[in-house]
Design a protein around this ligand. Structure first.
Ligand code: FAD
Ligand code: DLZ
Ligand code: SF4
Length: 508
């Protein structure tokens, strides 16, 4: 009897554990476009279009390689619209009695497969550098988990940027040389844009018809949708943007959402690229003298450090992680997160480019939309769902530790050692956003004062009990305490005013 080999939408890799276990001559690959996956949150149409186009091309590629593939189209009238349902239908049609798969990146889907009508044997997803067991071993007995220590292990394990057992250049981390404010007139080559071919255009028509009314636009869709396109995007990044990646990693410029970022997470997370080829390409650029060490080290750290660390946290912390709310935040997500309709230029810019591109870079996610959500005390579960919807690279294993942990501190400090919060000053230093804002970043209180300036102190004051004792935050509390009492009151009143406007649904 054949067995069914499940390949999910973010498992579009040739070297996949489930395929390695399968028999090409006997087994049947199952891939399915289903509503449970398009609707568990209302994903950005660009993300759905990217995945469906890439899934269809990967199915064709597997067939060319000799696999039998059973592919369910979204508008197939027989579609049961869930992954377990499609496995059952495939079993009925083929006589298969068992299925194998590669572990999904979300507890919801793991549970659905384990409890489904067809037993699915899941193999580890070894497209990652660090297995669950290895992460457990590393984490076991540590008082706190810090990415930097984990990263050094991964450098040793891979040998990336290592010379005779020592880090290249003598230091593990060159961030001191990174993160420069954007000079006036900073431009960037941006990502490699791909003209949609006929197959992608078919998908765009389908997605526009079915999901066109959702948050986010499909206009000007340019993502690569196959491995060749993703490899070309990698080459483009290495040649054009990697050399300046470190310098402008934290910079933000109006009208330029991409700057010198890689724009590769969408391909990497779906399986069109692997971590090793990306890191080796970056290392080779350094060896050839084409990219400086601060850029290459910083970039490789994001992938073998942060990305692997984040995944380790998701699987270690367990299915209740996305429900955590250590700071007890409960305010509803303001409507403007779905429209960009706000007077705050920084939020407007990050939200509208996210609607257009299903992309924002790390500092926009962390220090603009995330920072505001944390300062304003937004319900972290709603914030988590927003991030899962809006970014083309968002799957729960990577999105939730970044949001619940790094950005919202809702896990109580598993991912971050202190909350990532700032007033308007930080945004003003790292961007040109404040220049075109209705609010004045230099004003601390009163009419027109930048909301971040007031919400920042309000957040610290509100959570004093928890953060007072954190040595990394002591300086901030000393600064607050030194302000005169009238000023402090004016700040807190100003913050209360902003929060009241949010609660009343008024424009902020
Ligand atoms: P670059 O800035 O060019 O970085 C290179 C690569 O490093 C990325 O492609 C990515 O694979 C990896 N990387 C960098 N930082 C992280 C990180 N913190 N966690 C995991 N991988 C990282 N990343 C996602 O892939 N999916 C998400 O859903 C996601 N949600 C996020 C939510 C918040 C609140 C924050 C603060 C960060 C989030 N990130 C997420 C991490 C990071 O912002 C994105 O990986 C990055 O912006 C992707 O764009 P890029 O390819 O241009 O990355
Ligand atoms: C995100 C997504 C979407 C929108 N649609 C599908 C789909 O129709 N079929 C499928 O196999 N996978 C899809 N995915 C990806 C899954 O949601 C993803 O595999 C899980 O979230 C685990 O990471
Ligand atoms: Fe954002 Fe404040 Fe600057 Fe306006 S002034 S762009 S709200 S940081």
């Amino acid at each position: 009897r054949p067995r069914l080999i499940l390949v999910l939408g973010d498992q579009l890799s040739d070297d996949l554990s489930a395929l390695r276990e399968a028999d090409k001559d006997r087994d049947i690959v199952v891939m399915a476009e289903v509503q449970v996956e398009t609707d568990y949150v209302p994903h950005h149409p660009r993300k759905i279009a990217f995945l469906f186009a890439a899934m269809r091309k990967h199915a064709a590629h597997l067939r060319d390689a000799g696999w039998t593939v059973r592919y369910t189209l979204l508008d197939d009238p027989e579609n049961t619209h869930s992954i377990p349902g499609e496995l059952l239908r495939a079993a009925d049609a083929t006589g298969a009695q068992e299925a194998i798969g590669t572990e999904p990146g979300e507890f919801r889907l793991i549970a659905a497969l384990e409890d489904g009508p067809i037993p699915v044997h899941l193999f580890p997803d070894d497209r990652f550098l660090c297995s669950h067991a290895e992460f457990e071993d590393w984490a076991e007995g540590r008082k706190e988990l810090r990415m930097e220590w984990f990263y050094r292990e991964m450098r040793r394990k891979t040998g990336l940027l290592m010379e005779d057992g020592e880090p290249a250049g003598g230091k593990w981390n060159y961030d001191k040389e990174n993160r420069k404010p954007p000079p006036k007139g900073l431009t960037s080559p941006g990502p490699l844009r791909h003209e949609p071919d006929a197959a992608t255009r078919d998908v765009l028509t389908l997605v526009r018809g079915r999901f066109g009314n959702r948050y986010g636009t499909l206009d000007g869709f340019w993502f690569a949708t196959d491995r060749a396109g993703a490899l070309a995007a990698l080459d483009h990044f290495i040649a054009k943007s990697l050399p300046s990646f470190g310098d402008y990693q934290d910079a933000m410029v109006m009208g330029q959402p991409f700057l010198h970022h890689a724009i590769l997470s969408v391909y990497l997370n779906a399986g069109l690229l692997g971590w090793r080829e990306i890191c080796e390409a970056a290392e080779a650029a350094h060896d050839a003298g084409d990219a400086p060490l601060n850029a290459v080290e910083g970039f490789i750290r994001q992938i073998i450090g942060w990305r692997e660390f984040i995944r380790g946290v998701y699987f270690r912390e367990g299915p209740d992680y996305t429900a955590r709310n250590e700071l007890g935040a409960s305010r509803d997500l303001p409507e403007f997160y779905w429209s960009g309709d706000t007077d705050m230029a920084c939020l407007r810019e990050c939200i509208t480019t996210t609607m257009a591109e299903a992309y924002a870079h790390h500092i926009q996610r962390l220090m603009v939309t995330g920072n505001f959500a944390l300062l304003a005390g937004l319900d972290p579960h709603q914030v988590h769902e927003w991030y899962l919807v809006v970014y083309a690279d968002a799957y729960e294993w990577v999105e939730s530790p970044n949001v619940i942990g790094m950005s919202q501190f809702a896990d109580g400090g598993v991912v971050a050692s202190k909350p990532y919060v700032s007033g308007g000053n930080y945004i003003n230093r790292m961007s040109d956003y404040c220049k075109s804002c209705t609010y004045a970043v230099t004003k601390k209180v009163g009419e027109n004062a930048c909301p971040f300036n007031m919400l920042y102190w309000d957040f610290l004051d509100r959570h004093r009990d928890r953060f007072d004792g954190n040595p990394r935050m002591a300086q901030m509390y000393r600064t607050w305490d030194r302000m005169d009492a009238d000023h402090r009151k004016a700040v807190l009143d100003g913050a209360a005013g902003v929060l009241a406007r949010l609660d009343a649904g008024e424009r902020v």
